[in-house]
Write a protein that binds this ligand. Structure first.
Ligand code: C2E
Ligand code: CA
Ligand code: CA
Length: 558
């Protein structure tokens, strides 16, 4: 708190002394990874403590210096003081972490800014990785080309560039993709009080966009645990604000870095070469057009050490999964909540394969989906996935999905009815088969396959059965004629035929199925043993009674 607020004139008159005697100096506000509690860096914030009048408000003197074209000098002074501090940390073996220094929007008009700070850095021999430069979004207004040029020159020297006060207005979303910044700083105050409503939606879309661009986000002005937790739920763990710490004087900051562990901020994700990250987000780009309209049901998610998060889904995805879910519902749910233990295992194994191979990998998994409008249901999803970007152990994965629940259910039904059928025919001593008129294909029942050693599909029926001796030569023509009759539309055929070389008498029946126009589609054949009341054991057809042609035997071996 200022003991006395200095007048503009007093401030301007004392500026030279303030710079020379370090009345103007940085305080350091820690930046924390909320999920680990470790420090990832700090921001240097300008303070002015007049020996006579005490602390002055940045909101008073910064705009004043700006107006009088003096902020540039103060900024360079802060940069130099930060270099001195980092040099001291190196010399005294204190923990080192990146310090973000503010660059005013007027500094970009001073062509020498980049050269000047660079020569200071070199003077103190501070590795460039410990210095980040914060530029504000508003600086780009009217000076987009200049801004691009400054960022490019900063990058050339190796400085990381942070976009300050992102979301404060202007054409934020466009700026992000045009300017090649490395970190985005979001200020809670631009979104305050409205997290559940529009603010939350804006925040969410900014965060998603940042993720798309692979840019880490630091949230500033975080005062409450609730805000921090909310940001964490969006996947933004880096927090700067009173919740963790006010800006600290150098001495207090040194104490702090001694107490708290630190870690490096995760690097931005590298998109695979063929994907242009900027275009991928741009709502008007071809990439987005393709994602939303031309590809099938698709989702993008991140995976890191067992943690999975869905970033984006297209409309077709929502339709494919069904359950009337909204995009928001889909994105906010924790993906693993959908999976039981076994499905999760299958899905994670597939992810790992995709990471290792760099190729497309696929799997089928059941998911328990609970949606607001449809309640609980189980769906079976076929997923084809491919890694499109990686940063360290974090991976960005593109997934195409197909809902195969109906196919699965049908398959289960067929499987079950087949099982019942098999069981019944076993009991009744019936052999059954299905003949398709148009294709002359025959599908035998399990029992036929087993006892007669038949393959699952026979072409040009009934020739193979005649050739195999299942239908003996003296019945061959009659049996051929039956198939002509079926094709001509005869609905029912029946005769006793001695089957196989053993000439075991069977009642052979055919029932024809017709389509809606009365054309024959299929005929269902069966052979039931003629039970002679006196004969005790029921003979079955056996392989020993059949001369199976080599062509068929080969099929069976498969
Ligand atoms: P900024 O760069 O957005 O800095 C963040 C401001 O938010 C700081 O205000 C900080 O003290 C404050 N803050 C941090 N945590 C919280 C919180 O939890 N709640 C609230 N309500 N505020 C929080 P400060 O230090 O008063 O600085 C104000 C602005 O002055 C800065 O905003 C920046 O635009 C400018 N500034 C500060 N230092 C420099 C500098 O060295 N150079 C230039 N050009 N501008 C500077
Ligand atoms: Ca700042
Ligand atoms: Ca800020």
């Amino acid at each position: 708190m200022p003991n006395r607020r200095m007048s503009e004139k007093e401030l301007l008159d004392s500026l030279d002394t303030a710079l020379r005697d370090n009345h103007i100096y940085p305080c350091y506000q820690p930046q924390i990874n909320h999920s680990t509690g470790r420090m990832v860096g700090a921001e240097a914030l300008m303070r002015w403590k007049n020996p006579e009048y005490g602390m002055q408000y940045p909101s008073d003197f910064i705009p004043l210096l700006e107006k009088n074209d003096q902020l540039y000098r103060a900024d360079v002074h802060i940069f130099e003081t930060v270099c001195v501090f980092l040099r001291k940390c190196m010399d005294e073996g204190l923990p080192l972490m990146p310090i973000s220094v503010n660059m005013s929007r007027y500094d970009i008009y001073k062509h020498e800014y980049v050269d000047e700070i660079e020569s200071l850095r070199v003077k103190y021999a501070v590795p460039v990785k410990y210095l980040h430069i914060e530029v504000t979004e508003s600086a780009a207004i009217g000076g987009m080309e200049l801004m691009k040029d400054v960022i490019m020159r900063l990058h050339k020297h190796g400085y990381l560039v942070e976009m300050d006060d992102f979301g404060s207005g202007y054409s934020s979303l466009n700026i992000l993709k045009d300017l090649n910044v490395d970190v985005i700083k979001l200020d809670m105050k631009f979104l305050s009080g409205d997290i559940g409503g529009r603010g939350g939606i804006i925040l969410n879309s900014i965060v998603q966009m940042a993720k798309w661009l692979g840019t880490p986000v630091i949230t500033e002005g975080v005062e409450t645990m609730e805000q921090a937790e909310y940001m964490k739920s969006l996947g933004c763990n880096y927090i700067q604000g009173y919740l963790y710490s006010k800006p600290l004087e150098e001495k207090a900051f040194i104490e702090k870095i001694g107490q708290i562990e630190h870690e490096a901020m995760s690097p931005a994700m590298e998109f695979i070469k063929t994907v242009d990250a900027g275009k991928f987000w741009d709502p008007t780009s071809m990439e987005t057009l393709i994602f939303s309209n031309l590809v099938g049901a698709a989702a993008i998610f991140t995976y890191r050490n067992g943690e999975m998060e869905t970033l984006r889904v297209n409309k077709k995805y929502l339709r494919e999964i069904g359950m009337n879910m909204t995009e928001k519902e889909t994105l906010t749910i924790r993906p693993w909540d959908h999976f039981d233990e076994k499905s999760r295992q299958i899905f994670e194994d597939t992810i790992r394969r995709a990471i290792e191979s760099g190729e497309e990998e696929s799997c089928e998994t059941w998911r328990n989906i609970c949606s607001k409008s449809c309640g609980n249901d189980k769906v079976c999803i076929y997923t084809e996935m491919r890694v499109i970007g990686s940063a360290g152990d974090q991976h960005l994965i593109y997934a195409m999905v197909h809902n195969i629940t109906n196919e699965k259910k049908l398959f289960d039904e067929v499987f079950n009815s087949e099982r019942r059928f098999r069981f019944a025919s076993e009991q009744a001593n019936v052999y059954a088969w299905e003949y398709t008129v148009a294709t002359k294909q025959m599908r035998p029942c399990f029992r036929c396959m087993r006892d007669l050693n038949l393959p699952p599909l026979l072409e040009n029926y009934p020739e193979p059965a005649i050739e195999a001796g299942i239908f003996p030569p003296d019945y061959a023509d009659m049996y051929r004629d039956w198939h002509r009759k079926i094709a001509a539309g005869v609905p029912h055929l029946e005769a006793v035929i001695p089957l196989t070389v053993g000439r075991i008498p069977f009642i052979v029946r055919y029932t024809t199925e017709f389509d809606e126009n009365g054309h024959p589609l299929k005929a269902y054949g069966s052979a039931t043993l003629v039970v002679d009341k006196e004969s005790a054991p029921k003979p079955a057809l056996g392989r020993r009674h059949v001369r199976l042609p080599a062509r068929l035997r080969k099929n069976c071996a498969k």
